[in-house]
Design a protein around this ligand. Structure first.
Ligand SMILES: [Cu+2]
Length: 206
């Protein structure tokens, strides 16, 4: 009985929506739109469709998408947390060969200030903020995310070619915002040396 009632309600609702849309379209058709104006409306809609298509393609093929999980952390106690204590910041390679980079953003710098990573290698960046909202952007990569206090922002990326890459804050965070930057040296895969301190990520997270 209950299911039948729900189906009937859905049916009624669909009918109402169809009626509303038909009314709306009829009203739109009755409005006089100049030929030139209609042309520009169509061009604007085409531009919007093009931008949506670019964002969709980026999301699916270049891995540009918002963080998909929520991981919280106490920003006021980062130095006391095991994972983001000063000794654990920077590049680390665990026993499986996975590379994880832990960085802290704070007014007005990224810590550590400089890191070296291998090219053409999957890298997992874990970012946290020690104070206010920051952003991180590395041009020519998919690295662009907000670093919200109280949350861990995790992004996986790789650098196709060796070189020097700037790391920029792209969220206004205070008077020194325009001085908030860091840089990453990307070294050819065969020349890169893993940091001597090999710590299993699992151990750190505990
Ligand atoms: Cu900033």
């Amino acid at each position: 009985m209950q299911i039948a009632a729900i189906i009937q309600k859905c049916h009624d609702l669909t009918g109402k929506c169809v009626d509303f849309l038909q009314d709306f379209c009829a009203q739109l058709r009755s409005v006089h739109v100049d030929h030139l104006e209609r042309k520009w409306i169509n061009i604007s809609l085409l531009i919007i469709a093009l931008l949506v298509a670019i964002i969709t393609i980026d999301a699916f093929f270049h891995g540009v998408n918002p963080p998909s999980k929520v991981e919280t952390i106490d920003s006021a106690k980062l130095h006391l947390s095991k994972e983001f204590a000063e000794n654990n910041l920077g590049v680390q390679q665990d026993a499986n060969g996975d590379i994880v980079i832990r960085m802290v953003a704070g007014r007005y710098s990224f810590f550590p200030k400089h890191i070296a990573v291998p090219a053409e290698t999957k890298l997992t960046f874990r970012w946290v903020s020690m104070d206010v909202l920051h952003g991180v952007h590395i041009p020519m990569t998919n690295m662009s995310t907000m670093i919200v206090p109280g949350y861990v922002a995790e992004i996986t990326t790789s650098f196709p070619t060796p070189g020097e890459y700037p790391v920029l804050c792209n969220e206004y965070c205070g008077l020194g915002h325009n001085h908030m930057w860091s840089n990453i040296s990307v070294i050819a895969k065969e020349d890169w040396l893993a940091p001597s301190k090999l710590t299993a990520n699992k151990e750190i997270k505990q």
